[in-house]
Design a protein around this ligand. Structure first.
Ligand code: HSE
Length: 295
């Protein structure tokens, strides 16, 4: 049986809508092998489809079909730590697990680039799938077929503290609320900040990050879908975060914090409790530079 570890991801990074994403040290695990029949097991009790509508199975089957290889069935065991529909790349993790699993079982007929392209075609955008596969921070342009990408390892002492609401927000819904057209001024506002984000993260100019995560393409439209988001942003900045942004399509809110800011998590927890958000989670993470691994 092949054992695969897939990282959570945080996409957009503020202004880099559908273009920037990074991997985090928070993992799903998938065990997969060919079998006479399909059997899907949730190892940790997370509710997942146990039939052929399961996303890991569906994606693996797609790859068998593409390669023209007959598939009787797959035995799949999943440990799903990444919460679903929260903006941390849970569906991308399933897509990558299915593709990497099937590719490995078939003797690696597809290249890494093939997998980057196919995963983006399945997901519709590359900013979660590419970092989930590659690790680090990934800058990606998807032209509808091919992903033109650069992965950069990030060696930083920064913590990524994610505040995870107790409700789901489906990406589809979070994309429906976006405008069909934006002004030239807003486009410039975003592209300059997206470029500033990766340059600042990679060179240690962390004081730029607060400006870099501001955007006019998605966060203002998504804020109303996330009750208390504005308050959480205010708390994050008052506690000294370099930056706070909606992770992916939300509803999770990511704060980027210096490692010297030791009590950030505890103070954030205290503030959430005071706001009555007792069931929201605070999790301290770091960038994963390795991406998906076969263990
Ligand atoms: N770039 C995507 C979005 C990420 O913001 O809709 C979510 O999958």
């Amino acid at each position: 049986m092949i054992k695969i570890r897939i990282p959570a991801t945080s996409a957009n990074l503020g202004a880099g809508f559908d273009a920037l994403g990074l991997a985090l040290n928070f993992y799903n695990y998938v065990n997969i092998e060919e079998s006479d029949k399909t059997e899907i097991i949730s190892l940790d009790g997370t509710e997942i489809p146990l039939d052929e509508t399961n996303l890991v199975y569906e994606t693996a089957k797609t790859l068998y079909d593409i390669c023209g290889k007959e598939l009787k069935g797959l035995k799949i065991e999943q440990e799903n730590n990444i919460p679903m529909a929260r903006g941390l790349g849970s569906s991308s993790a399933c897509i990558i697990a299915g593709l990497v699993g099937a590719n490995t079982l078939m003797g690696n007929p597809l290249t890494l680039d093939d997998l980057v392209n196919l995963s983006a075609q399945i997901e519709g955008h590359p900013d979660n799938t590419a970092p989930a596969l590659l690790g680090g921070i990934v800058t990606a342009v998807f032209d509808g077929k091919i992903v033109h990408w650069v992965k950069q390892e990030v060696h930083t002492s920064l913590k990524f503290v994610v505040i995870i609401p107790d409700f789901e927000l489906k990406t589809e819904k979070a994309r429906e609320c976006l405008p069909k057209e934006v002004s030239h001024k807003d486009a410039v506002y975003n592209l300059s900040r997206a470029a500033l984000f990766s340059a600042s993260l990679l060179t240690g100019k962390y004081e730029n990050l607060r400006t870099a995560v501001h955007d006019k393409l998605h966060q203002p439209y998504r804020m109303p879908l996330i009750p208390h988001a504005r308050d959480v942003f205010d708390v994050a900045y008052s506690l000294g975060a370099y930056a706070a942004y909606i992770s992916g399509a939300g509803p999770a809110i990511m704060s980027i914090v210096d490692e010297k800011n030791k009590f950030f998590c505890g103070k954030m927890r205290f503030s959430l409790d005071k706001m009555g958000l007792l069931s929201w989670t605070v999790k301290e993470l770091e960038i994963d530079n390795k991406g998906t691994l076969i263990l």
